[in-house]
Design a protein around this ligand. Structure first.
Ligand code: TUI
Length: 315
């Protein structure tokens, strides 16, 4: 059984967190992940505080196990969501797409463990200074809003730079990836894309099939020119978005073109015109399974890989 300091920090059986994915990281998915012994995380995206409160309460009806909420810091509702997670005494708060520095003290006073996503060493060090309990070092392999560093290069450099626990994210979808992350010095992993293809995830079935059909090069990053690089599955939408960027259209026109596309893709199932944010590991996902099975298979494979590495080590 793989136990790490992350299990004690979060109060979980497995050192594994679920990425706080907008639209699909709902109480159904996060509740199943927490019930299975990992840390489920409600993804809030641009949702209002009232929706987040309902999701927290729905998750608590499903399981008494620890869980988290991700605050997407570019959201106009971020402060509203912050108030809700404080009022609801959410045990773990992860943040993404910006700096949570102004909020860390208040969250900690409310008893939350605060775990920002970082995409660089400098930002990880800043978060440690501001009192973060751990950081999630997320490589550019991940889906959604991405930085430039790869997981392989970022994780060990963040591990060396900070004294707080480091969770690895980006490109991790099975037990081999988990074992590799532990070898780099991470105390656990965060998994997003793999969980979209779970039975419990509310993503439209066409999205799940699009991930099952994906290969290694099925994702692309768009949005560099408007300052929000985002990785998603290639489709008509990403091609049109890319063309608009190449034509040098004004940022507000490009932003407007992207509005509403996550819902259109992930929930309504328009896999050509919607934005299907997913990571490079999509090509590895080959079956829709229950969350519990995904987690247990990942953990037992990671254990087998770790012990196999020891047996085959050079004398
Ligand atoms: O947040 C994510 N991934 C996301 S958020 C999202 S919702 C969205 N919708 C429309 C357009 C854009 C996003 C979809 N996916 N991941 C966590 C993450 N955070 N990755 C990278 C970062 C990050 C990057 C720079 C965090 C901090 C940062 O710099 C902060 C600073 O002040 O330097």
């Amino acid at each position: 059984m793989i136990k790490t300091p992350l299990c004690d920090l979060l109060g979980v059986k497995y050192p594994l967190t679920q990425g706080g994915m907008a639209w699909v990281g709902t109480a159904e998915l996060a509740g199943a992940v927490s019930a299975a012994g990992a840390l489920g995380i409600i993804g809030t995206g641009n949702a209002p505080g009232s929706w987040v409160r309902e999701q927290i309460r729905a998750l608590r009806r499903h399981t008494g196990n620890p869980f988290g909420v991700n605050i997407m810091l570019m959201s106009p509702s971020a402060e509203d969501v912050l108030e809700v997670v404080i009022e609801e005494r959410v045990p773990v708060v992860t943040t993404g797409a910006g700096s949570p520095a102004p909020y860390i003290d208040r969250l900690k006073e409310a008893g939350a463990k605060v775990i920002p996503v970082v995409a660089s060493v400098a930002f990880a060090k800043r978060m440690e200074r501001y009192g973060a309990d751990a950081v999630i070092a997320e490589g550019t392999e991940s889906g959604g809003h991405v930085g430039e560093m790869t997981t392989m290069a970022l994780v060990p450099q963040v591990v060396d730079a900070v004294d707080i626990p480091v969770i690895a994210a980006g490109g991790i979808g099975d037990g081999r990836g988990m074992a590799a992350a532990l070898a780099l010095g991470a105390v656990g992993v965060q998994v997003g894309t793999r969980f979209i293809c779970s039975e419990e995830c509310i993503a439209h079935i066409s999205v799940k099939h699009k991930i099952l059909q994906a290969s290694d090069r099925s994702t692309v990053v768009t949005g560099h020119s408007i300052g929000h690089p985002v990785r998603a599955l290639k489709n008509q939408f990403t091609r049109a978005f890319d063309q608009m960027e190449h034509r040098g259209l004004p940022a507000h026109e490009i932003e407007a073109f992207g509005t509403g596309r996550m819902r259109l893709g992930l929930i309504d199932g328009d896999v050509e015109n919607g934005s299907l944010m997913a990571g490079q590991i999509a090509g590895l996902v080959s079956e829709i399974k229950p969350v519990k099975q995904i987690i247990e298979e990942m953990m037992s494979k990671a254990e087998a890989v770790v012990s196999g590495l020891c047996r085959s080590s050079v004398i």
